[in-house]
Design a protein around this ligand. Structure first.
Ligand SMILES: [Fe+2]
Ligand SMILES: [Fe+2]
Length: 210
């Protein structure tokens, strides 16, 4: 159980306190490499938030929390993810993730809401959909999705591609990164989550031909 956090008066933990609590929790529930990845996503997301006029602490919290449940056993992840589907009202988007490797996103959103009392919808959305994205998701979620794929520890990411992406506003950043990962999965012949593939095709339709 998390330590009790000071509430600022609106029933939610202060983001600074939550970031500190998550930073100390992640070492106990994931391997060192994943903990380093989580901190790196948090740093990159915080920087992108600053650049785009969002609260960098929201980026830090979402980054630190996004893979929090990845090493939980399957049954625990699924229980949390199902609870998130009920709580959030986005059950349809979540249902395709249940039972697979991608349900750790909605599971972590549920953990933030149920154990820490977090109510910030933007952070919860960012954590829930960091693996696959969702149509119409907000700027913070777009940033966290991209930071997860672009953080400097991801050594297969081309440095020039990373740099060019980081200059983009969140919606274009998300579009570039999602398209890049779908193209890579197609090239490798790996399975692609159906919602991500649908967004990829919709983005390609919208994008003017060069
Ligand atoms: Fe993840
Ligand atoms: Fe991650």
């Amino acid at each position: 159980m998390p330590e009790l956090l000071e509430m600022p008066g609106n029933g939610q933990p202060a983001l600074q306190d939550l970031a500190v609590a998550l930073d100390s929790r992640i070492d106990g529930c994931m391997n060192r490499r994943r903990a380093a990845h989580s901190r790196s996503v948090a740093d990159l997301a915080a920087g992108l938030c600053l650049r785009n006029g969002l609260d960098p602490l929201a980026g830090s919290v979402a980054g630190l929390a996004h893979d929090l449940c990845k090493e939980f056993d399957r049954a625990m992840q699924e229980g949390l993810a199902r609870a998130w589907a009920q709580r959030s009202g986005v059950g349809q988007r979540i249902s395709s993730l249940l039972g697979g490797a991608l349900m750790h996103g909605p599971a972590a959103a549920e953990l933030l809401a149920s154990e820490y009392g977090l109510e910030d919808r933007d952070i919860l959305e960012a954590v829930a959909f960091h693996t696959v994205g969702a149509p119409g998701m907000g700027a913070l979620a777009q940033i966290v999705y991209a930071a997860d794929k672009l953080e400097p520890g991801r050594r297969h990411v081309d440095a020039a591609f990373r740099e060019s992406c980081l200059e983009l506003p969140p919606d274009e950043l998300f579009s570039e990164v999602l398209s890049d990962s779908v193209r890579w999965l197609l090239k490798e012949g790996l399975p692609i989550e159906e919602g991500s593939l649908a967004m990829y095709h919709a983005m390609r339709k919208r994008k003017p031909k060069p």
